[in-house]
Design a protein around this ligand. Sequence first.
Ligand code: FMN
Length: 330
Amino acid sequence: MLQETETITTQTQTAPNFYVGNIPIYGDTLLAPMDGYSDWPFRSLCKMLGSAMSYTEFVPVERIVLAKVKKPIDKLYYEPAERPVTFQIYGDDPDMILEGALRIRDLGPDIIDINMGCPAKGVAQRGAGVGMMMTPLKIARTFKMLTAKLDIPVTGKMRLGWENFRSYKMVARIVEENGGALIALHGRTKEQSYSGLANWDAVAEIKSYVKIPVIGSGDIRKVEDIARMRQYSGCDAVMVGRGAIANPWIFSGLDRDQVPPAEVKRVVQEHLRRNIEFYGLENGHRLFRKHAVQYFVLRSLSREDRKRILQAQPSAEFIQLVESITNALA
Ligand SMILES: Cc1cc2nc3c(=O)[nH]c(=O)nc-3n(C[C@H](O)[C@H](O)[C@H](O)COP(=O)(O)O)c2cc1C
């Protein structure tokens, strides 16, 4: 465990763990893309703490292609320190996906990823997200076009498929055969959504089935789970989703109960600062609440403090509240 006064920094590694196309990836653990969570403030913080690469939240291609106002899309904002940066997009029409991908290429991502895993009704039912896994030919067409027209690697993140059509093996092969440079697999079906145990056997299956790198996703909660999933499945890296929300220090090799209070205070305050910088004062605070509750939930947060975090309205009051809770930890 770290001493109170130590600050967590990431180690520099000389040899890459694997390559996505020509992009070297240093490290084997990264923050999973999470809509509403893996925004710039949190993503950049996780990268600082040791996440091997950055995935944006998913962005619908319609928003990119049909946007009337040509203003930059917040969700695709990044800073160089975050590289390698993967932009994740989704859609149900290969031509529109291609057009969207070509447009955001100019923003300088290292990799473009196609979401084939989102189970939300409005996404899956129209054939996007995990809906794509029902139409393997559409996936083939999408990857074929994107890998032919883009000069950066194109990757895919998927689920097992649907309960009555678990197409993950077929889709993995299709992605690889059509030029895809990496597959990330969340070991649950559409119907499972986020419940039940993630199937790591499927991660192992995919890893032995394709030659391109494979990232496993699902149920990484503790530091020991990282090596456990890698050994069990042979995957090249693991993604940490919900486990990273309460414990971004997992990217520094620490479980939550090993993180000294002074470090919690430093990161919580830095996260809030980045939120305000990115979203402005009001929204920065509002969007920080859900993180604040998670940061403190495993420690000394009383029911009353939890309520106060979620309810405090004025910005100044909220800052004071976060400060008083973090000060009490230290
Ligand atoms: C709130 C939330 C939002 C998510 N948004 C995305 C997303 O935008 N793109 C994506 O590929 N996966 C998304 N996922 C799935 C995660 O990337 C990950 O595969 C899944 O949560 C399983 O990992 P975990 O058990 O470590 O949470 C999301 C998951 C959660 C919980």
